[in-house]
Design a protein around this ligand. Structure first.
Ligand SMILES: NC(=O)c1ccc[n+]([C@@H]2O[C@H](COP(=O)([O-])OP(=O)(O)OC[C@H]3O[C@@H](n4cnc5c(N)ncnc54)[C@H](O)[C@@H]3O)[C@@H](O)[C@H]2O)c1
Length: 429
């Protein structure tokens, strides 16, 4: 079969060709304005003020939970319907259309819950960091690897308490599986099998009138502009490469996170990747991969396959057996692998039994939560390099220290994307 050629135009379809690389220059060096908690520590009986930015399904659910630990004061969304619904449900007094106004005006907001689509996460997170807020941001943390590197740098520099919404880290089954693997319960770890859902294959779609409540230009943000079609906003943004990475990043961010936690590479990454799109998107419809298989290798020889398959979850395979973990399921080649407690001088992983509570505990104690910004960035990086290899149609070598492809000029261009003005880094400068 002929090898798929590198197709720069294909990538450009999902970003904007109009902006020169200069738009990606060092705007991250912003002024640190401390309105919130880093400048002013909360006393134990003070409740942090919370703003929800991105009030769709997940954002509302996160903010509801966050309301157990603070007061939801403000809600921001570019869709008036979502904003009104969330403000009512969360009893939030203030509503905003533009997150910049919210972050500039509200000194009573200490914490931002970011429930926007993936392509908006980084600009909002960066501005929240610079204005001194702590952040609970949904996964997949970024749209590109370059975004993640900028975010991690700024979070460290500002001392932000940052929790990625990878809540599997606060589930005892996942922690137990990873702790057992890390302590050699499987003998030598050899292979990790990650199962994700199959993506939808739908389309073509025709342009439709934009609902009057939705600011479609603002919604699209950095992504290259496309007509609204009723299938490219809200839940379905996931299936367009311009906004997200399909199942590879949507579920991949969760399960690759667990794979790297168990492997002990949560702040690093693989050294090679070979992605294959088995069934691709639909012309004129969803663009992300439907069926796919991505193979990775790590420095220590451990291999990992990420593919769409029926048994979704993470299966660690070692010389002495296997352990499979998924939501609500933990099983092994032999029950004794799970039943025998670890004893003595063992590696204990960060214990959090409630993802949101862990975040708010850390806001008070100024500690790192269980899924800090670097972990969120590194987990989705695994998915991003898989998508890049898949779309390039060839295997690539990855340097997890420099966070670059080796010997690749073209592939390295896709570590960032041109951003459609005005929604580039200047938007939050
Ligand atoms: N942790 C989990 O298990 C989990 C589950 C579901 C979704 N998520 C993540 O949560 C995020 C949101 O997903 P969803 O399913 O709730 O999507 P959604 O479409 O229901 O909600 C996104 C909301 O963000 C709004 N929005 C878009 N651009 C905005 C901007 N610039 N400013 C303010 N609001 C803006 C949209 O209008 C919409 O209301 C995604 O990143 C998704 O991957 C995580």
């Amino acid at each position: 079969m002929a090898k798929k050629q590198w197709n720069r135009r294909e990538f450009l379809r999902d970003s904007t060709a109009a902006v020169a690389g200069s738009a990606l220059a060092g705007f991250f060096i912003g002024d640190a304005r401390s309105f919130g908690s880093p400048g002013k520590r909360l006393s134990p009986n003070e409740r942090p003020g919370i703003a929800l930015i991105g009030a769709g399904g997940r954002g509302r659910s996160d903010a509801n939970t966050a309301g157990n630990y603070g007061d939801v004061i403000a809600v921001c969304d570019v869709d008036e319907r979502h904003r009104n619904k969330a403000a009512k449900e969360l009893k939030a007094e203030h509503q905003y259309h533009n997150f910049r106004s919210l972050l500039q005006e509200r000194d009573d907001v200490h914490v931002v819950v970011n429930g926007t689509p993936d392509h908006w996460h980084t600009l909002i997170n960066l501005m929240a960091v610079r204005t001194g807020r702590d952040i609970y941001s949904e996964k997949p943390l970024t749209l590109t690897i370059d975004e993640g590197k900028r975010l991690v740098r700024e979070v460290k520099r500002h001392g932000t308490v940052f929790q990625t919404g990878s809540q599997q880290r606060s589930d005892s089954n996942f922690r137990k599986a990873c702790e057992l693997v890390r302590n050699g319960r499987l003998g030598k770890l050899k292979h990790i099998e990650v199962g994700l859902p199959t993506g939808p294959k739908e389309g073509p779609f025709s342009a439709e009138p934009v609902p009057s409540a939705l600011d479609w230009d603002f919604y699209q943000g950095q992504a290259r502009w496309m007509p609204y079609n009723g299938h490219n906003a809200h839940w379905n943004f996931r299936w367009w490469y311009r906004f997200s990475g399909g199942q590879m990043t949507d579920w991949g961010a969760h399960h690759c996170d667990i794979a790297q936690w168990g492997h002990g590479t949560e702040r690093s990454g693989p050294v090679s990747v070979n992605g294959k799109e088995i069934v691709g998107g639909m012309p004129g419809g969803y663009t992300t991969a439907v069926e796919y298989r991505v193979e990775y290798k790590y420095q220590d020889g451990v291999t990992m396959t990420v593919t769409n398959r029926a048994d979704r979850g993470v299966r660690f395979e070692g010389s002495d057996g296997w352990i499979f973990v998924s939501r609500g399921e933990l099983k092994a080649s032999d029950d004794s692998l799970l039943d025998e407690p670890l004893s003595g001088d063992v590696i204990r992983l960060y214990q959090s039994d409630n993802h949101m509570k862990n975040f708010f505990d850390c806001v008070r104690d100024r500690k790192d939560p269980v899924a800090d910004a670097e972990i969120g960035h590194r987990s989705v990086s695994v998915a991003h390099i898989g998508v890049i290899s898949m779309r390039a149609g060839r295997p690539l070598k990855w340097d997890p220290e420099q966070e670059q492809f080796l010997g690749e000029i073209e592939a390295n261009q896709w570590l960032s994307r041109d951003m459609r003005p005005p929604y580039d880094y200047r938007f939050i400068a």
